[in-house]
Write a protein that binds this ligand. Structure first.
Ligand code: ATP
Ligand code: MG
Ligand code: MG
Length: 550
């Protein structure tokens, strides 16, 4: 079911439907396939697909593929996976801006014929100089008054591959003294003698983003073209093309504030450096703020969508505290994740009044509120508890726990009482001897000496050793890419530590990507790729409480 949003774009759509200006809302999510999607893109996905859902419209997934040298099929595939994983389905087949290259070429020819575009042969350096800046009006290019025939001829020859990269460009003839730099005769086409992942070697000239985006919107019948604020001063140009070309529809562009998160970088270019420099294991490393990284970390689609709903959509850029993302995650997992037991720092306990061969299959519910079923937990004479749950001496700070003569309840199991213990030369407790208190499964001890605490445990003979990957923040600084130095200087070099744990047998059988609450420890996910029943691997998703952050 579509969540209802009343952000400013939703209000505009609602009014346009009410006034009859449009009969159905059509949006698009237009990533450039030059990297993996990140959490910022999730905001745009939720907004664009969310508008379509909320108002019974449609949303396209369109690859904005006008810079073929930076793009690849790997990114195209990953982006589709990410959008689907977030729970959205685009209209029909995926689209590519390159699907419209023929039409865009015809549009360019139309502009030339109307005297509204010309082939310019300034070098890039000259063009820069002629363009002027905010304080200095631009100068007309000496090629600005080329005849229509000459322009048509040159443009056809650009297409035919007669020129080298950079020799000519096609520009719109708008206004070299416009205050808005985007209107100073913007480039429509440039020569790039490169192979394109979709169109192969058909083209050696490629349209610019500006000449492509709005016309693609119009061709698809997009009604509301929603993008981030940095495109605000491209809007006059967007409208100029729509007004000056024989496009089949009149889309409108609206801008919203992009998502910035502290302790995080949200730029594909910077994320690519982390991958290329080997700081992380790949785009989907669980420390990455990419959608596939978050997925591997144990984020659920629901938690990401809830986060996007929480932060809302506004007309200004803002900085969101990463704690909000963590809150959305923890909240979803707290409600929905099955509970199970894993002992991270095992200490063996021998329950001496049980026979060696004792094996009782206890049934343990996966969740205290939801009906997630139950698993069998083998209960045996030798078990592991966490080292922190036994102390040699009773103290105020440790009053709930286990010391000689004191009792604890084993979660989903019996009450036991510590008798004595062994230590090694370093003074570390290596073994605890205990006794089982009879008739305490689901009941208090008959002698009235109730245990003060409940601890998690696993059977020593049935537990499985698992690899556990502990993650910390990837950056030590709240604003890693702001300020003086290179953002790479703010990388946390200790963001991954690999440890082992003893997990209950049911956890070894976990399906990949299932997140569990390891009771009293935190949320952990069975790694999407590396986990198997034979070699279990879990990733720390997030700690149980706010003070235990990502
Ligand atoms: P990057 O700078 O990371 O490469 P981009 O804006 O160039 O991002 P695109 O692939 O062009 O990436 O983005 C597709 C859509 O996602 C665009 O409409 C863009 O505005 C939006 N988007 C990108 N980053 C964010 C962000 N941080 N917050 C909200 N929307 C974003
Ligand atoms: Mg872009
Ligand atoms: Mg970009």
């Amino acid at each position: 079911t579509a969540p209802t949003s009343n952000n400013f774009v939703a209000k505009i759509v609602e009014e346009d439907l009410a006034s009859g200006k449009i009969s159905q809302v059509v949006t698009r999510f237009p990533p450039e396939p030059n990297g993996y999607l990140h959490v910022g893109h999730a905001k745009s996905i939720c907004l664009n697909f969310g508008l379509a859902q909320q108002f019974g419209g449609e949303c396209y997934l369109r690859f904005d593929d006008t810079n073929p040298e930076k793009e690849s099929q790997e990114y195209i595939d990953a982006i589709q996976d990410d959008v689907r994983w977030l729970g959205f389905q685009w209209k029909g087949d995926v689209r590519y801006s390159s699907d419209y290259f023929d039409t865009l070429y015809e549009y360019a020819v139309e502009l030339i014929k109307a005297g509204k575009a010309y082939v310019c042969s300034l070098t890039p350096e000259q063009a820069e100089e002629y363009k002027g800046d905010f304080n200095r009006p631009g100068k007309a290019s000496p090629y600005r008054e080329r005849s229509v025939d000459e322009n048509l001829d040159l443009f056809a020859r650009m297409r035919a591959g007669e020129f080298a990269d950079g020799e000519h460009v096609l520009r719109a003839k708008i206004d070299m003294s416009a205050g808005n730099m985007n209107l100073r005769d913007p480039i429509l086409y440039r020569i790039r003698n490169v192979h394109h992942h979709q169109t192969g070697d058909k083209w050696c000239i490629y349209p610019t983003y500006d000449f492509t985006h709005g016309q693609s919107d119009a061709i698809e019948g997009v009604t509301h073209s929603v993008c981030t604020l940095e495109f605000e001063d491209h809007r006059p140009l967007y409208d100029w093309f729509i007004d000056n070309l024989p496009v089949p529809a009149k889309p409108r562009q609206y801008e919203f504030g992009r998502l910035n998160l502290n302790y995080t970088v949200t730029s594909k270019r910077k994320l690519k450096r982390l991958v290329d420099d080997g700081i992380v294991a790949g785009w989907d490393d669980p420390r990455m703020p990419t959608i596939s990284g978050m997925r591997r970390r144990g984020f659920t689609p629901n938690s990401v969508r809830n986060f996007c709903q929480m932060i809302g959509v506004s007309r200004s850029d803002g900085l969101v505290d990463v704690a909000m993302l963590e809150h959305a995650l923890r909240d979803d997992l707290n409600k929905n994740a099955p509970r199970a037991m894993a002992v991270l720092n095992p200490l063996k306990v021998v329950i001496e009044n049980l026979p060696e061969e004792h094996l009782e299959q206890l049934s343990a519910e996966y969740h205290h509120e939801l009906d997630l079923g139950a698993r069998e937990m083998p209960f045996t004479r030798e078990i592991y508890i966490d080292q922190d749950d036994f102390k040699e001496e009773y103290s105020k700070k440790f009053k709930k726990k286990f010391t000689p003569g004191k009792r604890i309840r084993l979660r989903h199991s019996y009450v036991i009482e510590a008798v004595d213990y062994d230590k090694d030369e370093q003074g570390q407790v290596t073994l605890v001897r205990a006794k089982l208190i009879e008739n305490t499964l689901g009941q208090d001890p008959e002698d009235g000496d109730k245990p003060k605490g409940v601890v998690h445990w696993v059977s020593a003979s049935h537990a499985v050793a698992a690899e556990v990957r502990w993650y910390e923040r990837l950056f030590t600084s709240p604003a890693p890419d702001k300020g003086e130095g290179d953002f790479m200087d703010n990388v946390n070099t200790a963001s991954l530590s690999v440890r082992s744990a003893m997990i209950e047998p049911a956890l070894a059988a976990a399906s990949n990507e299932q997140v569990y609450q390891f009771e009293r420890e935190g949320y952990f996910v069975a790694d999407r790729f590396d986990h198997s029943a034979e070699k279990p691997v879990f990733n720390l998703t997030i700690g149980l409480r706010e003070d235990k952050s990502l």
